[in-house]
Design a protein around this ligand. Structure first.
Ligand code: SIN
Length: 291
């Protein structure tokens, strides 16, 4: 018999809280399927008040698919290849123990990979607060399926069949342009590799069409002059973020936030600094070649 879960959608076109799940326990198949359906429907879902060891996070998240090793191995949780730390906390040598600037641009995880990440799961161990006790370091989401569905017909026709070049080097360049204080190691030649993906991709499970473009990772649209390409990338990126589209997740310790990288983009708000500490462990599930 499955556990009774409750789904509370946000007021935005993306995001929901799923109640009634203990991800550290042996979640039965029917309940798990309901959680996965909610993830596909709402694109970003949170399970609150979870108490997860690294192994329990890996076990639960691993049910969504094969977990990817992280592209920047220096930030892995010691002893784990598939669990990356996102944190502004420093070690005894003054070095960050995790990625300090993760997500400071609107993006979809792994867009610069031939097979981008399908889902990401972020588990909150420490959440920064302001002096009044309000949480800082929120994560925002938009639905790229909603963005595509709402596009004017003429724009849909204009972008039909277009492909774009994406790269992690472009993400780094954007972080630098935005003055995000990155302490990341320089990229290897392999990490700098450019990949071509469709500008509109089809969700492999739901069949929904999703805009697949971001100012950070998308360098140019094939077949267009660079200025035309820049203008179209900007227009589509802005369309995804237009008023009323954004869901803001305010973190609590114990949140397990999961998102669908095909059908959403996210942005981490960097409005905190030490001694306000943020520590989260992230897992990512592998995806397929976008089509
Ligand atoms: C990310 O982009 O994966 C990080 C999101 C966050 O830290 O809120």
């Amino acid at each position: 018999m499955s556990t009774q879960i409750q789904i509370i959608p946000s007021t935005a076109p993306v995001g929901a809280e799923v109640r009634g799940v203990d991800a550290s326990a042996n979640v039965d198949d029917a309940t798990f399927d309901a959680i996965k359906d909610a993830l596909h429907k709402y694109k970003a879902i949170v399970l609150r008040k979870q108490k997860l060891t690294p192994d329990q996070q890996l076990a639960f998240c691993g049910r969504f698919g094969t977990l990817d090793p992280h592209v920047l191995p220096q930030y892995l949780v010691p002893g784990y290849t598939q669990l990356v730390r996102i944190s502004n906390v420093l070690d005894d040598a003054g070095q960050p123990i995790g990625m300090i600037d993760a997500g400071r641009v609107w993006h979809s995880d792994g867009q610069f990979q031939a097979k981008p990440n399908m889902y990401s799961m972020l588990y909150a161990l420490e959440v920064p607060h302001d002096a009044a006790g309000q949480p800082l370091g929120a994560t925002q989401f938009v639905s790229t399926a909603y963005a595509y569905a709402q596009l004017p017909q003429a724009t849909r026709q204009r972008i039909e069949g277009l492909k774009a070049v994406n790269s992690l080097a472009a993400v780094y360049a954007t972080l630098k342009r935005n003055n995000v204080a990155s302490l990341r190691a320089p990229l290897t030649e392999e990490q700098k590799r450019e990949v071509v993906h469709p500008l509109v991709r089809t969700h492999p499970v739901t069949g929904e069409k999703c805009l697949y473009v971001s100012r950070a990772a998308t360098m140019r649209i094939l077949g267009l002059a660079q200025d035309e390409s820049d203008a179209l990338i900007g227009e589509l990126a802005d369309w995804c973020l237009r008023e009323g589209s954004i869901f803001t997740h305010q973190w609590q310790v114990g949140d397990l936030l999961m998102w669908d990288n095909c059908a959403s983009q996210h942005f981490a708000i960097g409005d905190y600094a030490l001694p306000q500490r943020r520590l989260m462990n992230r897992t990512t599930v592998g995806g397929t070649v976008p089509f």
